[in-house]
Design a protein around this ligand. Structure first.
Ligand code: ADP
Ligand code: SF4
Length: 679
């Protein structure tokens, strides 16, 4: 190990327990929760194996009146839930790490869709998140019950083997935060009004938890020091600090961040590594207890700097630990160039928002550890000596090549372009997406060092020369291209146009074509592409109008927590935004759109239309030969099979490599039926 990083491997005392190092996987959702406990336990265990000294759960519900259905979070309502959680603590302890549990009572954020119990909160108020119902204000008896539920859950946590028990008041998702908040608490009793009163319940629960399990468990308080709402919310230099001063040495550990989740888990498009420092840096000066904080830390130098400058004691990470569960061990073993750095895309977050098991753009094994027996660093060896030609060096081709080469196969990559990277390289040159290049950097770096890999650039493969290479095994990973015919998920009709406008696709702009004059960008894709192209066109000096058939800008990016930021960004850059309009036709230098409900036509004059709708798979090398090829193995993967997320292309490449030579059906995986009594 480089001695510069020794400090990261120092032990840290957290009340009665000791973390073996400073790498701390903070609580993070994963879409598995109480429904897939075996899969979840394996995933957490692998983090511990990879060197995370503390590995925490996601939110764990403590009572049926705080039920987060349909989301798959942890559940600890009664003793029957202990066995499922024990799976995780055993998996973490096996590697000498500590296991932490984040207990939550959701208050205003819980709708109890499963239990159908009333929601309880500080005040009679609408629940958060748009469901048309209200919460009931807690009376003193409710508060007494709530304190008992927290105590029961803490005792059950200890029985389940946890070393750290959280009191959680972050992200706007906990009743303790709702009591703290002026926005949500307008009570006039001893639990409302002054900060001291609003913090009363939090303090009581903290002390109760300490009394219940503090003899053997470290008690962590997770709190938002700033809600980034200005004077309307908690501010780091106002009540955020006051609360920490008030409770300074009661918890054994402070886990501090900003709220809401959109602010805490910002994407790399809108924030850099360490972006929370300005809000959390003074917390350590207010307490003698250790402090953990996050900031998408992947660089060991940045981590050391945080500790040496007295910002943090423990390096908190959710996403960096998802992208690379072995990050700590790689630092310890001085293998920095093998770190699979998080790209800050929040595809992991989107899975949770779909209540589906977690996936990650960088780490295709994430969520597959138990059900497919995949490991982020170890892969089964080749079944026999074989050589494989992979056509295309985008994310699918590179991941497939890397995994096959790790299995020991001879791998040759033929790439048409002068450089590797495919769509990721091109997209990473668009505004805000630079860190996405890490998908390529990680894989290329590994491939360059492998003696059983050869890469040929400037080497276009054609249907004619495909057979000339003499390979028995060929995998086609040739990607996709954007359509310019107007087809989208709304219509199979082709766009009617009179030739009066220049029509461009994202591929054209990424290849350097400069749009002319006024530009309309039509977004029927609804993720990031249209908005980054709008930014790009503004940079190129165009006047840009963004038109979409959705009711919101970049609607799907809600799932990556970016939607509001993207809207604001376009607004600030002077992009005109037109919503609810579907592209209809082009007539005399006008983009004609129709209102999606009224069908009323709207004319937008311009010189260039950029259509961001859908892509065509580039499968010309595969489809004509599919049923008559002479090869032993002939496969199509990634966007060339079906265009999708970069995460899907990477996963597709990995899946192909894992199954190569097995003769098995890729569709079959172990199904986690839990331990049978936790629904
Ligand atoms: P994916 O996301 O599935 O990896 P990409 O579009 O990112 O797809 O990458 C596909 C790669 O395949 C690109 O780098 C492209 O240049 C390359 N490619 C496409 N057609 C050919 C071909 N006929 N011969 C060699 N390389 C090709
Ligand atoms: Fe990072 Fe993206 Fe993976 Fe999430 S999905 S951990 S943001 S690389």
């Amino acid at each position: 190990m480089n001695s510069r990083y020794d400090i990261l491997f120092e032990k840290v005392k957290i009340g009665p327990v000791t973390a073996p190092n400073r790498f701390y996987q903070v609580p993070h959702c994963n879409g598995m929760g109480h429904r897939f406990p075996q899969a979840l336990a394996r995933m957490r265990g692998i983090k511990a194996e990879g060197g995370w000294g503390v590995v925490c759960t996601e939110e764990v519900e403590i009572h049926p009146s705080s039920d987060i259905t349909p989301y798959n979070q942890g559940r600890l309502w009664d003793d029957s839930d202990i066995a499922n959680l024990r799976l995780m603590t055993d998996a973490v302890h096996e590697h000498g790490s500590l296991a932490g549990i984040e207990l939550v009572y959701q208050g205003l954020a819980g709708k109890n869709h499963y239990s159908r119990l009333p929601t309880l909160a500080p005040t009679h108020a609408s629940v958060l998140g748009g469901y048309p119902m209200q919460a009931r204000a807690m009376d003193r008896a409710d508060i007494k019950n709530l304190r008992q539920w927290y105590k029961n859950a803490a005792i059950r946590s200890k029985k389940a083997g946890f070393d750290i028990v959280y009191v959680y008041a972050g992200h706007g998702l906990s009743v303790l935060m709702h009591f703290l908040s002026r926005q949500h608490n307008d009570r006039s009793d001893e639990y409302g009004g002054s900060l001291e009163n609003r913090a009363r319940l939090l303090k009581e629960v903290l002390i109760d938890t300490k009394e219940a399990v503090g003899d053997t468990c470290g008690i962590a308080l997770r709190i938002a020091v700033d809600e980034l709402l200005g004077k309307n919310g908690t501010q780091a230099d106002g009540e955020g600090s006051d609360i920490i001063e008030m409770l300074a040495d009661i918890p054994d550990l402070w886990d501090v961040n900003v709220s809401s989740w959109e602010n805490d888990s910002q994407t790399s498009r809108f924030s850099q590594e360490g972006f929370q420092e300005q809000y959390t840096k003074h917390v350590k000066s207010l307490t003698t207890k250790p402090v953990v904080g996050v900031g998408r830390f992947t660089s060991p130098d940045a981590m050391v700097s945080q500790i040496k400058r007295g910002v943090l004691d423990l390096i908190g990470a959710a996403r960096p630990s998802i992208a690379d569960p072995f990050l700590p061990n790689k630092i310890r073993d001085n293998k920095l160039d093998t770190i699979r750095e998080c790209i800050g895309c929040n595809i992991c977050v989107s899975s949770d928002n779909y209540a589906a098991p977690i996936r990650c753009t960088q780490n295709p094994t994430m969520g597959e550890e138990w059900r497919r027996d995949w490991h982020p660093e170890i892969i089964k060896p080749k079944h026999q000596d074989e050589a494989v030609l992979i056509v295309g060096a985008g994310p699918a081709g590179l991941e497939c090549a890397h995994a096959l080469a790790k299995r020991g196969y001879e791998v040759v990559i033929a790439e048409k372009n002068k450089v590797a990277g495919g769509r990721v390289l091109r997209e990473s040159q668009l505004p805000g997406l630079a860190q996405w290049k890490r998908v390529i950097d990680y894989r290329l770096n590994a491939l360059k060092q492998m003696p059983n890999v050869e890469m040929y650039f400037d080497s276009e493969v054609t249907p004619e020369n495909l057979t000339e290479f003499g390979f028995e095994n060929i995998i086609i990973a040739t990607g996709s291209y954007w359509k310019n015919n107007g087809q989208s998920r709304e219509t199979r009709q082709h766009l009617v146009h009179d030739g009066s406008l220049q029509i461009l696709t994202p591929d054209d702009i990424m290849s350097g074509v400069v749009p002319q004059g006024e530009v309309v960008i039509y977004d029927a894709d609804h993720y990031y592409m249209a908005s980054v192209l709008a930014e790009k066109c503004v940079e190129l000096g165009c006047n840009v109008t963004y038109v979409t058939n959705s009711a919101r800008v970049a609607e799907w990016s809600d799932n990556t927590l970016e939607q509001q930021r993207i809207h604001n960004c376009l607004h600030e850059k002077g992009v005109k935004i037109i919503l609810n309009q579907q592209l209809h036709k082009i007539v005399q230098n006008n983009v004609v759109s129709q209102h999606i409900y009224t069908r009323k036509e709207n004319y937008t004059p311009c010189k260039t239309l950029v259509v961001v709708s859908e892509r065509s798979p580039n499968d010309d090398l595969y489809t004509p030969l599919k049923d008559k090829h002479p090869f032993k193995h002939f496969a199509l993967i990634g966007d060339a099979y079906a265009p999708g997320l970069i995460a899907q292309a990477v996963h597709s490449g990995h899946l192909e490599a894992q199954f190569f030579g097995s003769g098995k059906d890729k569709a079959i995986f172990k199904r986690d039926k839990g331990l049978g009594f936790n629904r």
